[in-house]
Design a protein around this ligand. Structure first.
Ligand code: KIV
Ligand code: NA
Length: 279
């Protein structure tokens, strides 16, 4: 498979072919996403929860994101790889945003960065893209601002709120984003925004009218314990947790009963060597 570039994504968009995107947080999760033919792999700050066991994304720091980006980038031979700027690493202004974006490229070894926010982030997006670093925007529900939003709420449900999402999307497009994530907005609103933009929209909880889709890998593969809350938009395509649990329980039982390891799992030694050793 050929390396996916910004040009490849542009070509998919022009053809009207949906762009496929998924998160990864380490070498194996990136390797499987790349093997499955994902166009884009995102090292989302959702890794705070899915890889580090934190409560929300506000806890993860830049150095942690960079280490996980490096491990993902080693596996993504074809997929375009993007790192998520964590809360606190870009909001003070364009200079901080560019400095952080450069670290993602140089140390994280990704090909682009994502940052949350609309109009107010335009100067920072412009600064980063002018330096030659592709930026993926993220508007609608922006989880890093959950405290200000009053939790994880659908955005753009009134005419005025939908207009705000549209204006934010247009602003990040104007600032130079190559694409924009639309999170948790009504499908019809996302469709209209997609029609009004000239860059791809990547939907998550934004319906089927977007130019592409993104999901968190552990959510869509079912790699989490039963009972965890899943947002409405997640479709679970697998049951990785159950398969891992089944395998590890079987291993536990076979070790306890001495069924494992069996002779075929052991190394031979020549009889005369063994005799001389055992004596
Ligand atoms: O952190 C993340 O995984 C994300 C995607 C879900 C868009 O931002
Ligand atoms: Na994120």
């Amino acid at each position: 498979r050929k390396k996916v570039t910004i040009g490849t994504l542009r070509a998919l968009y022009k053809k009207g072919e949906p762009i496929t995107m998924i998160t990864a947080h380490d070498f194996p999760s990136a390797h499987v996403a790349d093997a499955a033919g994902m166009d884009v792999v995102l090292v989302g700050d959702s890794l705070a929860m899915v890889a580090l066991g934190m409560e929300d994304t506000s806890e993860v720091v830049l150095e942690e994101m960079l280490m996980h980006c490096r491990s993902v980038a080693r596996a993504t031979k074809a997929a375009f790889t993007i790192g998520d700027l964590p809360m606190g690493s870009y909001e003070t202004g364009p200079t901080q945003a560019l400095q952080t974006a450069i670290r993602f490229i140089k140390e994280g070894r990704v090909q682009g960065v994502k940052l949350e926010g609309g109009k107010e982030m335009a100067p920072s997006i412009e600064k980063i893209t002018t330096a030659g670093i592709p930026v993926l925007g993220h508007v609608g529900l922006t989880p890093q601002r959950q405290n200000a939003l009053g939790g994880f709420r659908v955005q753009g449900r009134t005419s005025a709120a939908a207009m705000k999402v549209l204006e934010d999307a247009l602003a990040v497009q104007e600032a130079g984003c190559f694409a924009v994530v639309l999170e948790a907005v009504p499908a019809e609103v996302a469709t209209i925004i997609t029609q009004k933009l000239s860059i791809p929209t990547i939907g998550i909880g934004a319906g089927n009218g977007c130019s592409g889709q993104v999901l968190v890998q552990v959510d869509m593969t079912g790699n989490f314990p039963p009972g965890r809350f899943l947002p409405k938009f997640v479709k679970r395509y697998g049951d990785v947790w159950s398969e891992s649990l089944r395998a590890i329980e079987a291993y536990r039982d076979e070790v306890k009963s001495r069924q494992y390891p069996a002779p075929e799992h052991t190394y031979p030694i020549a009889q005369e060597e063994l005799k001389s050793f055992a004596e």
